[in-house]
Design a protein around this ligand. Structure first.
Ligand code: NAD
Length: 485
């Protein structure tokens, strides 16, 4: 067991505007290390005037950035990805301090996935072209243009990854961005801003403001903002979407879910159990796409629960800076309280606690409920913590109907060895992403986003380009103008 030394987490200043670290003029924002609760950094929110300063800097810098050859913009992002990889350990440590997630995870998932996005979109930059539409003499061509200033607003579970996933497609398309991370995890994105500057990004193209919801709301309604990309809860998404609508701003909404994971009796039990673990307990369960409704076909239910309980016995819970730790603390006491209240509700509603439970202090252990019913709170509502509900089902038609009977539609998973059934299920499940014999893999090459209340728009893949640009049609006449009078 190696416990790593905690790094100094205090940033130079709270905000990053026009290529410079500047102190916020708003309320204090203390950053707590989720494991110990101690204050590891003291920041200040942006004032309303500083939000306006950031969008003005972005608007002023954006036209020159958009006028560059796309390959030049791409080169900056690829260089930033290289710097992230060179500083991987330092960045993973800071992400662990900011989020409380085990170093085992932050080393492989958070910044590495952010670097993938910068590299992917950096490479894609020069391949984005328009269309030529022949009209028999005359013709139309299309130009994919930048939108202008984009606002990014992040959640606390993957703070640096979220910032990279939004910044990379926005920036390669010639936009500028003002990003507000979650008030719970404000540190990583300041590193991203510095790294982008070091990689050659012009001042003003990526700015950071800090603050709670009110600062986000000021950003969304800023007159210079053309697009808002939010990762957060459905309740916040509804507010932000409505506020954005007033100015007819473009939106991307990456919101919450209550995703189904369906395990048929012909599946590999070991793989299905492993996937159910990853689908519920990675990042202490604080993942939007988690498969928290685990539907297991009747015949294998006892074997599934037995093997799941066995495997969970060996989980190492504890200090996130201990390299052996697999399950860390919850991000904040408030969030831990919400999770505990949900667990208590599950017990009160009559679900059977198979393992886990309330836990202590910052920790909620991997918790499994069996005999859960579709109408229970723990099965209907997103808990955003390590709480799995196991439900049983008889056949395919029944499980499709029950899996789809949710207002959410972020993701879904199916485990079966029957190839045709796997594809039938993928087609029938209402979700932005469906995994067959896997769960929670989100490579940058694949579109990611939700349907129904889980959101709108797609991140990652070439599809994200469409959400950070607009199409202009140019009609070119090659003959005379035939006016009727
Ligand atoms: P949250 O909705 O409380 O906050 C998200 C962000 O919105 C924060 O930065 C917050 O300050 C800001 N905000 C709050 N009110 C605002 C307002 N009125 N206007 C503008 N901004 C405002 O979410 P959270 O608790 O930080 O994160 C957890 C949620 O995020 C879960 O529901 C989870 O499913 C979701 N999530 C979704 C994805 C995805 O990709 N679909 C990824 C991660 C998390």
């Amino acid at each position: 067991m190696t416990v790593l030394a905690a790094p100094d987490a205090q940033p130079k200043a709270s905000l990053y505007i026009n290529g410079v670290a500047v102190e916020g003029q708003g309320a204090e924002l203390a950053v707590h290390y989720p494991y110990t609760g101690e204050v590891i950094a003291s920041l200040r929110e942006a004032s309303t005037a500083q939000v306006a300063e950031a969008t003005a800097a972005a608007a002023a810098a954006q036209p020159a950035w958009a006028a560059l050859r796309p390959i030049e913009r791409g080169r900056v992002l690829i260089r930033a990805a290289q710097i992230i990889r060179e500083r991987a350990e330092e960045l993973a440590l800071l992400e662990t301090m900011d989020t409380g997630k085990p170093i085992q995870e932050t080393r492989v998932a958070d910044w590495p996935s952010g670097a993938d996005a910068l590299e992917y979109f950096g490479g894609l930059a020069a391949t984005v072209t328009g269309q030529m539409i022949p009209l028999g003499g005359d013709f139309v061509y299309t130009i994919r243009e930048a939108l202008g200033v984009c606002a990014g607003i992040g959640a606390w579970n993957y703070p640096s990854q979220i910032a990279c996933w939004k910044a990379a497609p926005a920036l390669v398309m010639g936009n500028a961005m003002v990003f507000k991370p979650s008030e719970e995890t404000p540190l990583g994105v300041l590193k991203l801003a510095e790294i982008l500057t070091e990689a050659g990004l012009p001042a003003g193209i990526f700015n950071v403001v800090q603050g709670r919801g009110a600062v986000g709301a000021a950003l969304v309604t800023d007159p210079l903002v053309a697009k808002v990309s939010l990762t957060g809860s459905v309740a916040t998404g509804q507010k932000v979407y409505a506020a954005a609508a007033e100015g007819m701003r473009h939106v991307t909404m990456e919101l919450g879910g209550k995703s189904p994971l369906v395990i048929f009796d012909d599946a590999s039990l070991e793989d299905a159990v492993g996937a159910a673990i990853l689908a519920n307990f990675y990042s202490s369960g604080q993942i939007c796409s988690n498969g928290t409704r685990v539907f297991v076909q009747e015949g294998i239910l006892p074997a599934f629960l037995e093997r799941l309980s066995q495997r969970l016995e060996s989980v190492k819970i504890g200090d996130p800076l201990d390299e052996d730790t697999q399950h860390g603390p919850i991000v904040s006491p408030v969030q831990a309280g919400k999770i505990r209240a949900a667990i208590a509700k599950g017990e009160a509603e009559g679900a059977r606690l198979v393992c886990g439970g309330q836990g202590e202090g910052a920790f909620v252990p991997p918790t499994v409920f069996a005999d859960a019913g579709d109408e229970m709170f723990i099965v209907r509502e997103e808990i955003f913590g390590p709480v799995m509900s196991v439900l049983s089902f008889a056949d395919e038609a029944e499980v499709v109907a029950r899996a789809n009977a949710s207002p959410y539609g972020l993701a879904a998973g199916v485990f079966t060895r029957d190839l045709a059934r796997g594809h039938r299920m993928a087609a029938a499940l209402q979700a932005g992403t469906t995994w067959i014999n896997a769960y929670n893999l989100t490579p940058v090459e694949a579109p990611f986003g939700g349907v129904k209340l889980s959101g709108f728009g797609r991140e990652n893949s070439a599809a994200a380009i469409e959400h950070y640009s607009q199409l202009k049609s140019v009609y070119v006449a090659t003959g005379g103008v035939d006016a009727p009078y």
